[in-house]
Ligand binder design. Structure first.
Ligand code: BDR
Ligand code: CA
Length: 311
């Protein structure tokens, strides 16, 4: 199975992504790191701990907190409504969560990359602050990674936080640019595909009827769909971060364009915009951008895997 570390900011869809990864034998989760994004660092770290407890993840699975804000700007925390109070609205944990481990996410990521040269995939589903800091502080670590899988950006579609930008790239555009221009193989799973693979309310309701962590995942998703429906009038929701994980579990799920990409950092109205250059033949082709998705296959995979948490 493919060794991965997941850098996240739970967040409902991050929580679902973690549950998906932990239920999938194709992946070996070697650790979870956190970054400020959907909520402040302390909140997202607590949320990640709750999710690991819920999933019954081994006590020894590393959970390490990282940066509390962007690498070059003041922190901007996402609006509460989509993810609910504290970033994980709908989850009502029984007691206090496990404590995160010692150290810093950026150093943990470097250790993991260097311990398994060419083998580790870093899945980044929050703002890219930790990943950019990793590449800057530990120059040998980036080239030692097999791949960085990023949930972020909108290359062809509209943004979500602004018309031009998706939240993770908008939150820390300098970090996103560092990662995309690093020369490390990067796979981008952005709004182009996450919005084309909406999880229907019925799938959330089906899961909510199951026992254990599967039921909790269903409740989380049901709340997510309700908030999405209030805002956009659609009873189905993009589970952005889970799609990025799913692309690793099922290599045929997404179709990609190859080329290079960067992120707008200075634009007056385009901060955080993903600019992909897929013209052929590109000089640099280290970036793959997901362009299309088999939506039914994603819904089937996600619901089947989350159902495995029914215990
Ligand atoms: C991304 O932003 C966050 O709110 C989600 O968790 C996802 O990673 C979608 O734009
Ligand atoms: Ca996220």
């Amino acid at each position: 199975s493919l060794p991965v570390v997941i850098d996240c900011d739970p967040g409902v869809d991050d929580a679902i992504a973690l549950l998906l990864a932990l239920a999938s034998p194709e992946l070996e989760v070697r650790g979870v790191t956190t970054v400020a994004g959907n909520a402040a660092l302390a909140d997202v770290t607590r949320n990640a701990a709750h999710v690991l407890d819920l999933a019954g993840a081994p006590a020894g699975l590393p959970l390490v907190a990282g940066l509390a804000g962007p690498i070059a700007r003041p922190a901007r925390i996402a609006d509460e409504p989509m993810h609910g109070a504290g970033g994980l609205g709908g989850l009502a944990p029984a007691g206090p969560p496990r404590a995160p481990g010692p150290g810093h996410a950026v150093d943990f990521l470097a250790e993991q990359a260097l311990a398994a040269p060419g083998a580790l995939t870093l899945v980044a589903i929050g703002p890219l602050s930790n990943v950019a800091a990793l590449l800057a502080r530990h120059p040998q670590a980036g080239p030692a990674l097999r791949e960085i899988v990023v949930m972020g950006g909108a290359a062809f579609a509209q943004g979500n936080i602004t018309p031009a930008a998706e939240f993770n790239f908008y939150a820390d555009p300098e970090a996103a640019r560092c990662v995309l221009e690093s020369g490390v193989p990067v796979r981008v799973v952005g709004l182009d595909v996450t919005r084309a693979a909406l999880l229907p309310l019925q799938a959330a309701e089906h899961l909510a009827g199951l026992a254990g962590a599967a039921g909790a995942a269903g409740e989380l998703l049901r709340g997510f769909v309700e908030r999405y429906r209030e805002r956009f009038g659609v009873a189905a929701v993009p589970v952005h971060d889970a799609l990025a994980l799913a692309g690793l579990i099922d290599p045929g799920l997404l179709e990609y364009g190859h080329g290079s990409a960067t992120v707008e950092c200075a634009g007056e109205v385009t901060r955080g915009a993903l600019v992909a250059d897929l013209r052929t033949p590109g000089r640099s082709r280290t970036v793959r951008i997901a362009r299309s998705v088999d939506a039914d296959r994603f819904t089937a995979l996600l619901t089947e895997r989350l159902a495995r948490h029914a215990g």
